[in-house]
Design a protein around this ligand. Structure first.
Ligand code: F6R
Length: 367
């Protein structure tokens, strides 16, 4: 049932072109120039008049929520807050009937997310679910929702559910932007054309980087710590890369927004500290370049994720992994792939149970 792969996690990493496509199928209609999502369309008024969207989730799904915040604020200009379900529910949050609360959950069974949603519902918010498991508790509890169609995810470390969440959030943000009129027709059209090509781009990333990443994993499998840095859309991906590594390889890893490095973590950098820097040629590229200079001057070892054809960062670092050049909105879907593979191959070398890491459960039904 692992389809010839050694672990479910590797199979699920490889399934991503397909699972992203399945999530977009029937929704992203390029010919008709529309994004069709009944869950949003039926409650259009609510979404367009929402004063705020609050996204609640845990773990990897929380990282997807952070990318969702950038997407929805940037494209649809609706204020978004992203909250850990466990913090939100216990802090007497301010919620009104002008709020939309979106829960993101692969399993749809995460106890803290369910409790946070119930609280939001009691306070009158419209509650929306983004779940992978059909008919799960969250899917049933919510007023409306959209499924990610990633298929069953068996590996405890979430991979294909995450990229499906990112694709779904991109569609929601683009659809809201279109109806709100916060992006032009031309821009909407060119972005959906590009989004449709993302599954192929993901396939390219896997094909072009996997053997390189295996070698990098050999160099760093003995490391005691890792730092992951990213900015903007790729800051949540730094968090996600670090989470993947710690949960399956048991190496301590931290993700940080790159600019925060100088406020503390820079003290950790020496020749024994591998630093994964997500540095696509987008947004604040120059700033990322200077972060890399700072790491280099302290002899840290940089593994950089760069845009194909990049020469500047490439010349500065020992290892660079290329991803195709796409709009910044979609870079997280590509940049996370090498980080999933890196965590996977390091874990394999450390001979641990990749699919069932110690102390972790696939769905966290305890509070
Ligand atoms: C990490 C991981 C967990 C889950 C978290 C939320 O790889 O799988 O961090 O993302 O437990 O689970 P769901 O999305 O099922 O609510």
């Amino acid at each position: 049932e692992k389809g010839g792969y050694e672990h479910f996690m590797l199979k699920e990493i490889h399934e991503q072109p397909r699972s992203i496509m399945d999530t977009m199928r029937g929704r992203l209609l390029v010919e008709e120039d529309i994004i069709q999502m009944a869950g949003i369309w039926d409650y259009q008024e609510k979404f367009l008049n929402a004063e705020r969207i609050i996204i609640i989730s845990c773990g990897t799904s929380w990282h997807a929520g952070l990318v969702g915040e950038y997407l929805i604020e940037d494209l649809a200009r609706i204020p978004v807050e992203v909250e850990y379900a466990s913090e939100f529910r216990y802090r007497n949050p301010i919620i009104t009937d002008k709020d939309i609360v979106i829960a993101i959950s692969q399993s749809g069974e995460t106890a803290d997310s369910i409790a946070a949603l119930k609280l939001a519902k009691e306070k009158g918010a419209f509650i929306y679910g983004i779940c992978n498991v059909i008919d799960s508790s969250i899917a049933r509890l919510t007023d409306a929702g959209s499924y990610t169609h990633a298929g069953p995810e068996i590996g405890v470390a979430s991979t294909k559910a995450f990229t499906a969440q990112l694709a779904l959030l991109a569609m929601i943000a683009l659809k809201l932007a279109k109806h709100k009129g916060t992006i032009s027709k031309e821009r909407f059209n060119s972005l959906i054309i590009e989004l449709e090509t993302i599954p192929e781009r993901v396939a390219e990333v896997i094909k072009n980087t996997e053997s390189q990443i295996k070698k990098i994993a050999e160099l760093y499998a003995g490391a005691g710590n890792f730092l992951y840095l990213g900015r903007g859309y790729n800051y949540p991906i730094a968090l996600e890369g670090a989470l993947k590594l710690k949960e399956i390889s048991y190496i301590h890893a931290e993700g940080y927004p790159a600019a925060e490095m100088k406020h503390g973590p820079i003290a950790l950098i020496d020749e024994n500290m591998p630093v994964v820097v997500i540095a696509p040629k987008k947004g604040y590229y120059d700033k990322i370049v200077s972060n890399i200079q700072e790491i280099n001057s302290r002899k840290g070892k940089v593994i950089a994720i760069v845009t194909q054809g990049d020469t500047v960062v490439k010349d500065m670092v020992t290892e660079s992994i290329e991803i195709p050049d796409v709009s910044e909105y979609f870079t997280p879907i590509l940049s996370v792939i090498p980080l999933q593979l890196l965590a996977y191959y390091i874990a394999v070398l450390r001979d641990v149970n990749v699919d069932q890491p110690r102390n972790l459960a696939k769905s966290v039904t305890v509070e």
